[in-house]
Design a protein. Sequence first.
Lengths: 743, 474
Amino acid sequence: MATHQYLGGQPDEALDRVDGRQKVTGAAKYSVDDILPGLTYAVLVESTIAKGHIKKIDTKKAQSAPGVLAIIYHGNAPAIPGYETGGNPAKPPTGGEPFRVFQNTQIYFAGQPIAIVIADTYERAIYAATLVETEYNKDDQRTDIEGNKDKAVVPKGPRYADYIRGEADAYKNSVIKIEAEYIIPVEVHNPMELHATTAFWDGEDKVTVFDKTQGVKSTQRSIMDAFKLKEQNVQVNTDFVGGGFGSGLRTWPHVIAAVLAAKKINKPVKLVLTRPQMFTMVGYRPYSWQKISLGATRDGVLTGLTHEAISETSTYEEFTDRTVDISKVMYACPNVNTRYKIVALDKSTPTWMRGPGEATGAYALECAIDELSYAVNLDPLELRIRNHADVDPVRNLPWSSKYLKECYQKGAEAIGWNKRNPKPNSMQEGEWQLGYGMGAGNFNANRGRATVKATLLADGSLVLQSAVSDSGPGTATTMTSIASNVFGLSPGKITFELGDSSLPPGPTQGGSTTTSTLGSAVHDVCVALQQKMAELVTIQGSLLQGAKPENLHFEKGYITLKTDASKKVAYADVVKQTGSSQLEVTKDSQAGDERNKYSIYSFAVHFVQVQVHRLTGVVRIKKVVTVADAGKIINEKTAASQLMGGVVSGIGMALMEDAVMDHRFGRYVNNNLADYHVPVSADVPDIKALFIDKPDPFINPIGSKGLGEIANVGFAAAVANAVYHATGKRIRTLPITPDKLLR
Amino acid sequence: MINFILNNNEINTDRPAGSLLLDFIRYNQHLMGTKIGCREGDCGACTVLVGDLENGELQYRSFTSCLTPLGNIHGKHVVTVEGINMDDLNPIQQCMADASATQCGFCTPGFVMSLAGFCLSDQDANQQNAVAAIDGNICRCTGYKSIERAAGKITELMQQKGNQEAVEFVTANNILPGYFASIKERLQKLSLALNGELNQPASTAQFAGGGTDLYVQKPEELKEANVRFLYNKDVLKGIRKTGNKCFVGPSATVTDLQGSEVMRQYFPNFNKQVKLISSTPIRNMATIAGNFINASPIGDFTIFFLALNATLVLSDGNKTRELPLHKLYKGYKTLDKRPEEFIEQIWFELPGKNTFFNFEKVSKRTHLDIASVNTAIQLTVVDGTITEAHLSAGGVGPIPKLLEQTSEFLRGRAVTEEVINDAIDIAQSEISPISDARGTSGYKRLLLGQLIKAHFIALFPHLQVKKLLLSHSS
Ligand SMILES: Cc1cc2nc3c(=O)[nH]c(=O)nc-3n(C[C@H](O)[C@H](O)[C@H](O)COP(=O)(O)OP(=O)(O)OC[C@H]3O[C@@H](n4cnc5c(N)ncnc54)[C@H](O)[C@@H]3O)c2cc1C
Ligand code: FES
Ligand code: FES
């Protein structure tokens, strides 16, 4: 369990991270850092072919290598009784038949784990893994969407059925028509921390697992399901998580493999993925082909919008995302239709990556809107305002709150939008061409279910607990802020405990919902605790006897009367009055029916200034302004950091990230951080992260919508549009590398 | 036996000299603040500082411990994040915490160490140098801006340093722990006790320089191998000028070149050009000979020294011979060198007042990336006529190449747009690029042409270049 306590600073200013100290001193413990007595080390052996069957695995040589304790593969693996997989069974993340590690000879993708070698040291396990000999019956694989689009199918379920509002393909009859195809290659989350799992069993039916996961409860659930164990017998811990961006949203096969290995040898086993394995074993943003067709009047009013997308999944699971959904809600257009399909390929299963479908879809939509702006000779900003959706056009419901127009205005001012010469290829700075671009986006702001336990101790300090993990945004910090405000206690007296599956159930950290979901539960538990305290201090014989609970005021660790501030009781004294050492309240909290009355979204706009080198096509982003309407901002520091982080993933998506597969073998050729490029500091310009910071009145008691994903939705389009403005060249295949501009 | 000081402790270990410092730190010493993100020098999560006596002065440099064999830190001071922790947060850590420069925090110890390296270096305390110190650290969460803000605050702290020695200043001002003040003396003692170098195996062994290529290519093999460490050999280091010749020790690092008076004087743009080459810790480790022998077709320093028309002195321990650098390469990674031969010396003629040098590199990611194409040129121009020319190009064939015909063509000609365009045409006939992840062969051809133009634009700013700039646009 990770304990996060705020150490210092003024209660009223934005809190510094409660765990900053552990992080800057190297004391923060990640799942790879756990060293247990008697620890053994596991290494995965991977399939070298992408499709076929294992004919034979020969482990003899490896088995006799020094230090080897066991080698598990399909020939000797214990059965995994309930291979149900992935997260809450009521809500499987991905359809289809989950991959069952070591249970049969089938090969679905290159890099698939086919055996696990356990040895007394890491070096020996690595060495022995190289001695495992495998023969295959190889089939021809298909790993490229291009050339296989005809095999795309509409995923099962109503969510993915073709959507039609008004008339389908209405753009065809419009005066102004834009049709364009866009491609985003495979992107890989590549959090800085490698995925790692350490597991040990206590007897036949009890296991403890240290894992890198964005959801300790969902990992617990998956292990319970797989090994048919009771909830109280599966303990999952994750103290610190070194980033996730979606890769930690599922319990992947390697986790089950590590747990299985620990069971087999009855010793603690640690498995750490290598960087190349991070490309094949923990998901990726799927390759996507998209086509946007727009119809409009001469003055830029949208009359038709058609969004088609084809994306990829594995042959064993059906991964889907909301690529086309943004086109349904972003603009007021009477005629909209979407078609979303997936192709099953001989690759591992993709998963959500920061701003999952929305970021993918927004790239295409927001580029196409830019193309339209030139076709109708209108400022792209003006075009967007003209087509602004005043209500949710899909459900015909009001927005719970929407300040997108304010975002446009604030952003345009900050970047100096009116200084740009609207003509493409018109602005120059020496050897560089200069361009401005914009892109907007939205993201569904959800609220899930969470339980938080609050314990007020005899010294007046408060402990909050929930089984969530914090993969970076600063959950404990934000929760401490919320509790401090609601409960009326300085942050230094509040501790937030998380990362432990035995705590009251919390949500999985993903989809920008943690603050909304968990923050609401923190709010509710603090209010409930206050109610309990109010009862206690107002009953006969107690400190504020006879006072009406609604007349009490909670601030800075004291309860006072609203009418008479001189009458006050310290929180600590309320505990003492009960005669016990603490006061506890546990509260389960979830959304009401507000979603039936309103559509609840976060919004953002990105403005970008780029330079393109005339001789070499090198693109430099010079300036970024991002403005978000994410409801109330709880902590400006962590929120700005979160927004900038999202922008930088957008820079990666726009300019460099591209996992290149050699389709002859179905293997990635750049599966390392030298060749798979993520932005480094020198690539990142001045970024202004701005907020509207107005609470949403309906989403939840705290008024916060989500932030993590919106930071990346529409950003790549802003860059592509700026490159077009700079050069007059429309690059429709990401990333925009120099070779694409220099032709 | 490897002896060194780890943080505040003397270490004596019989772990193999070829095994990695990172694994020693984490799995032998259980210092878990040093993180692993890639094991290939790309991410900086494993950054440590290495202190060494150079001409009696204590110098600290950042290293990626994942590529550092124990053999290379023999007799030195290694500092991990645990070694800079103090009772309270030290000011570097405090600045990071105050600026909210951590999100998930996994990259943070690496950044803290790089910034500590900045504080311990003899560079000017300015924001630019502070930010340059973190050029090898990747953060996937923060977007870097908060970290740069922290770097700015740290710079302010360091500005009072003036002419003081860095170690003295940071210990006196409680920026780093007091024990750093005793390190110089302890290293001197250690070096006396060690009485020279590591026991080195016979000459048939595998040579190692900084390890930044070797340990990416074959870490497993090297761990137990018979490695001969050249990195620490003083006789193989140093950059000096004798007459109009410059002698570069093969084990001189890129950082050594950057710091050298001779380079600064004769190649004023060197530091700007080097910014595009790898990262601070890699430059601290990477040796020039290592770059030559690795024989990558796009080795930046190979391209650089090819245009300088450098000569190698090869030795097998008994006999030496001279070989022009461009003659070293016979085919893809095939060298005119016997296994027992090592580079003992590198020399080239320093440019005179009519001689101009330029280096250009384009890669997919502008910074911290291997070139798609790189090229260097050295031209001597007298009265508008090119009298001597050496043009090299990388990424356009199996070996790093001196474009001999193009160079020959340029000799005796005036610098005009026609000549430049003709030179580009000839260059095209000398190269044979292939399509790969860095670009198609067509792109590389086009890019080399553009970079040749860029050379002339950089060297002859008065040239009318409008036509050159536009001539690629369709
Ligand atoms: C993250 C990262 C980024 C990089 N970026 C770049 C870049 O931008 N540009 C670039 O050009 N390179 C880059 N490199 C490659 C590498 O840093 C350079 O090639 C470096 O110069 C190699 O030197 P070294 O001392 O580390 O070589 P080592 O790895 O120690 O050795 C390389 C080879 O040289 C041999 N050798 C070393 N010294 C001698 C000698 N005196 N005599 C004979 N043989 C010798 C070794 O036996 C070995 O075969 C990068 C590497 C990394 C890890
Ligand atoms: S682990 Fe990435 S640089 Fe060493
Ligand atoms: S804070 Fe997560 S990688 Fe930097």
